[in-house]
Design a protein around this ligand. Structure first.
Ligand code: FCB
Length: 477
């Protein structure tokens, strides 16, 4: 990856001409089970690590939990109708593991499975391609109690669960992704502790990252054997990492963060090896003794596609001797290997998450995956922004979110023009929802949710996106 000393321009790309996407481009929207379903104790579902975490004092803003969320479990028919009104070509959802396999082992729970069968059938009846993610962070609590992702056995349990799902839904779901953002599961869940299960153990987080990828590889093998026609992949969250200056210390900080955030996952899954510099950087944390012969071959089992979640860029700088860097959600001091790196803010426009808006970073990210790693089809499986919304006369005019989508779709188109085989784009998110540790205080939806009444209001961005889908592209401005 090139690390230009001067960060590239930020924000909306210049292009204002009409842009058409390739025929068959998969226009979608994404959600995740724990963030929308609610019905936490219904239909035989048992707790996941997110139930435990969100019910633990002080872990989420205002103690918010996913107990009710968007009540999607009870409103799935209405929500699919909203998707159909938007004209979505695809819907990316995740399956709650403890809903379909309570406790994370043993037989399938027919009642839990039935919910997903109805969802998938309803999507298909509306001409919407189901895109199923097996793991969007809701590990059954019993598996965490048995050691969680730092324990090798969790990978085997995950493959077993993948097999159950293939048997149950393989006849009607074509697109399967194993993990969503293993970086977050490993480093936020076990390293910095800001996500469930909230552990702060550097070595455990590196082990978790490895076993997540091992589970992914085993699951791909199981799915492939059962569903030879399916399209199989994984979703990773990637960031361009730019040094704050061309000073050697800053350039080295960028190398290190790029190793931890991006190459930790891309290299094993797409090249079958860990990067040497990453292993050296982490030597103080772990000797990688948890990696067994043959693991990397499993982890790099061939896939059919790669899903990329893109939100922002990291700009980083060398430590200042004697100064403790400010804690930052993306790099709390105990994120192993990055303890002393400074995350620099450039003063450019940010979203309500304080994430810098950087559409050219999407072009850079997609080109890098294609040019340095793989010829596989790529999909943007998440991209979007939180902004404060106001309901005025029953309408939500979310101009900032709309502009964010517009700029990033222009970037996606630029990547396609540069030769990237990008075949689809999923807006995050269909609905406002439970934004993990931020609870309901951050709104990412194209559809507004009033959590008291569970009323849905399509925002301006939703109406605009429907038009983008109808045209298969962007209008001139
Ligand atoms: C991603 C997650 C998704 C959502 C967005 C804002 O990291 O995959 O669930 O929280 O961020």
């Amino acid at each position: 990856m090139s690390n230009p000393a001067t960060p590239p321009a930020v924000g909306v790309l210049d292009e204002r001409a009409p842009l058409t996407f390739p025929p068959g481009f998969l226009w979608g929207a994404a959600t995740a089970a724990y963030q929308i379903e609610g019905a936490a104790a219904e239909g035989g579902r048992t707790p996941s690590i997110w139930d435990t975490f969100s019910h633990t004092e002080g872990r989420t803003v205002a103690g918010h939990t996913g107990d009710v969320a968007c009540d999607h479990y009870h409103r799935v028919g209405d929500d699919v109708r909203l998707m159909a009104e938007l004209g979505l070509k695809s819907y990316r959802f995740s399956v709650s593991w403890p809903r379909v396999q309570p406790g994370g082992s043993g037989p399938v729970n027919p009642e839990g499975l039935d919910f997903y069968k109805r969802l998938v059938d309803d999507l298909l009846a509306n001409g919407i391609e189901p895109w199923l993610t097996l793991y969007h962070w809701d590990l059954p609590q019993e598996l965490e109690d048995a050691g969680g992702w730092p324990a090798r056995d969790t990978a085997a349990r995950f493959a077993e669960y993948a097999q159950l799902m293939a048997n149950a839904l393989g006849d009607r779901v074509k697109y399967w992704t194993t993990l969503n953002e293993p970086w977050c599961s490993a480093f936020l869940g076990y390293g910095s502790g800001v996500h469930a299960p909230g552990r702060t153990d550097g070595a455990a987080s590196v082990q978790a990252g490895h076993h997540l990828m091992l589970g992914h590889g085993l699951a791909v093998q199981a799915l492939r054997a059962t569903l030879p026609q399916a399209q199989l992949g994984v979703t990773v969250n990637l960031y361009p990492v730019t040094p704050a200056s061309d000073a050697p210390g800053d350039v080295d900080a960028a190398r290190r963060i790029d190793g931890l955030a991006n190459r930790f996952f891309l290299d094993p899954m797409l090249r079958g090896q860990y990067p040497d510099d990453l292993v050296a950087d982490l030597a103080k944390v772990t000797d990688f003794g948890h990696v067994r012969d043959g693991d990397l071959a499993v982890i790099s089992t061939p896939m059919d596609l790669v899903g990329v979640n893109y939100y922002s860029r990291h700009v980083v700088a060398a430590p200042v001797p004697g100064e403790q860097p400010e804690r930052y959600w993306r790099a709390p001091t105990n994120w192993p290997g990055s303890e002393d790196v400074r995350f620099v803010t450039r003063g450019v426009p940010v979203t309500d998450m304080d994430w810098e808006i950087d559409a050219p970073g999407l072009v850079e990210t997609l080109r890098r995956v294609h040019e340095e790693y793989t010829d596989l089809p790529l999909y943007v499986t998440e991209n979007g922004s939180a902004f404060v919304d106001a309901v005025i006369d029953g309408q939500v005019d979310d101009v900032d979110r709309l502009a964010y989508f517009d700029a990033h779709l222009r970037a996606a188109h630029e990547a396609i023009s540069a030769g990237v085989p990008l075949q689809g784009y999923f807006a995050w998110s269909l609905l406002d929802n439970f934004e993990w540790a931020w609870g309901y205080t951050k709104r990412f939806g194209m559809i507004y949710v009033d959590y008291d009444s569970q009323t849905r209001i399509p925002k301006s961005s939703a109406r605009w996106y429907a038009e983008v889908i109808r045209r298969n592209g962007l209008a001139a401005q």
